[in-house]
Design a protein around this ligand. Structure first.
Ligand code: ADP
Ligand code: MG
Length: 234
């Protein structure tokens, strides 16, 4: 398997001089397609910073990042980084970030619009994506008419608009109760296994752990554990 993302000796330092703070240090790892990688660690351990580096949202202070084997230049501009994100990476956040005045399908279609997919195909593609997340019958509903788990699945459908090969989710279940959170985590796991997407999920909830093919553990900005739970079936 070819890694979709490779980080070599990555470090992130916020601030400078006396207030400089090393949020990440010496991170070397590769993210593979077709599996769900969990990024666990206590609050403040650097999970969001690491996800932002993976998602080309944050340029590392040290080391380098390879996307599909290509090294991202250290002087890559903001616009070039945005173009890479748009083409390859889907994001899911804790608070869904749906537009309240748009129906479920329109929330997905707007992402297709940003990715310059033809207007005439947007509704159909949005419906397909919602259907994949088990939400075909909720397409005409507004976010206020959806449960937390349904809203998060709309957000996942939107993140998949345009077919990114990498899906990054930052605490996607933090606002959900345990059972709903498990449903959302199972949906993310299925995307990795059924469609070969590289899925990385940040969490500090140990209940998501059984869904991970691989578990990365961060503490004080360092990778302290990287393991693959063995299971009888997946
Ligand atoms: N923009 C920033 N400026 C300064 N410090 C930051 C910034 N973002 C995060 N940090 C600090 O870096 C550390 C790691 O933060 P973060 O990556 O958000 O961790 P986590 O997601 O695990 O809670 C924390 O101590 C946090 O306060
Ligand atoms: Mg965080």
């Amino acid at each position: 398997m070819t890694a979709v993302l490779q980080l070599s000796d990555v470090g992130v330092t916020y601030g400078r001089g006396a207030t400089a703070f090393a949020a990440l240090q010496d991170i070397t790892l590769a993210i593979e397609p077709g599996e769900m990688t969990l990024l666990l660690g206590p609050s403040g351990s650097g999970k969001t910073s690491l996800l932002q580096v993976m998602g080309c949202l944050l340029r590392p202070s040290h080391g380098h990042v390879r996307l599909f084997g290509e090294v991202l230049a250290a002087d890559l501009g903001v616009e070039a980084m945005a173009a890479l994100r748009l083409a390859h990476i889907g994001f899911v956040f804790q608070h869904y970030n749906l537009f309240p005045t748009l129906k479920a399908w329109e929330n997905v279609a707007i992402a297709l619009d940003i990715k310059a997919r033809p207007r005439a195909t947007q509704r159909g593609q949005a419906m397909q994506l919602l259907d994949r997340l088990g939400l075909a019958d909720r397409a005409e509903h507004y976010p206020s008419e959806l449960s937390g788990g349904q809203k998060q699945r709309v957000a996942i459908a939107r993140a998949l608009a345009g077919g990114p090969r990498i899906l990054l989710a930052d605490e996607p279940t933090a606002a959900l109760d345990g059972k709903t959170g498990q449903g959302v985590t199972a949906a993310l796991h299925a995307l990795a296994h059924d469609e070969g997407v590289a899925v990385v999920v940040v969490s500090h909830d140990p209940r998501v752990e059984p869904f991970g093919d691989r578990v990365l553990h961060l503490e004080d900005g360092r990778l302290v554990d990287d393991w693959r739970p063995s299971r009888s079936s997946t």
